[in-house]
Ligand binder design. Sequence first.
Ligand code: ADP
Ligand code: MG
Length: 285
Amino acid sequence: MNATDSFFSTPAAQDIEAPLVQLKDVHLSFGDNHVLKGINVEVRRGQAVSIIGPSGSGKSTILRCITGLLRPQAGQISVGDTRVDTLRTEAELIALRKRVGFVFQQYNLFPHLTVLQNLVIAPTRVVGRSRSVAERDARALLEKVRLAHKADAYPGELSGGQQQRVAIARALAMQPELILFDEVTSALDPETVGEVLTVIRDLVKEGMTCVLVTHEMRFAEEISDQVYFTEAGSIVEHGPVAQIFGAPRSERTRQFLQRALGEGQRARPAPPAEALRFNQLRFAL
Ligand SMILES: Nc1ncnc2c1ncn2[C@@H]1O[C@H](COP(=O)(O)OP(=O)(O)O)[C@@H](O)[C@H]1O
Ligand SMILES: [Mg+2]
């Protein structure tokens, strides 16, 4: 390094890496419904960022904007060097989605393909990886999600938690730069939630960049670096996990967490006999 270099490239400038994901003043409406009202989010490489907030507050919409599934009317979204909000062609969007894994509440595995085939199909067809390499990688990923013994099973033969772990492995098979998780445990039986959270916890520990929308508040508290609290299309508050869970600045955040944590800690009450009868009637019809 010569004197000129050291003068222009200060250590501070070199140390500050640009965020991997950045949303700046993002606005999105569905018709008259102004759903995102100036969203700012930053995710750095290796971070786990949780988005929490009431139902309908825009959490899923934020994730769908990051993958280019939805285009905001205003604002900027970038993933690495890619400006997501200005992508035009299908080819550009496909290129983006190779880099951004997305796992939903509904796992949407191909029911007619085995677990292994579910993992191999995108890497071979979309990225052109050889079958032998894709299969080797898929088996390693099944090991990682603790399902090596289910490689030849069909999705219908697996529990919800197992299928969701396959869905996570399928996202990982594309070797994404980051993974978005949208309420991936919400549809699961309570006894299989833990095994899915364990897989996500392992990924976070390995340094995979993760953005997590979740109702599992204790889990968000445990694994997140940063937490965003959304309400009615705005970010009410964001900050390090210790701030949001320990000393929230907004009264709204405090109330939300109090309610969410309170409900999470209580055992699920047994439904009253009347409700059961009503449900039986409804499903019998
Ligand atoms: N495809 C869509 N068309 C019209 N309205 C939508 C669509 N998706 C979401 N919305 C609306 O946007 C708002 C935010 O939804 P969403 O991002 O799914 O919230 P959350 O994930 O926080 O529950 C809601 O009012 C919802 O009804
Ligand atoms: Mg949602």
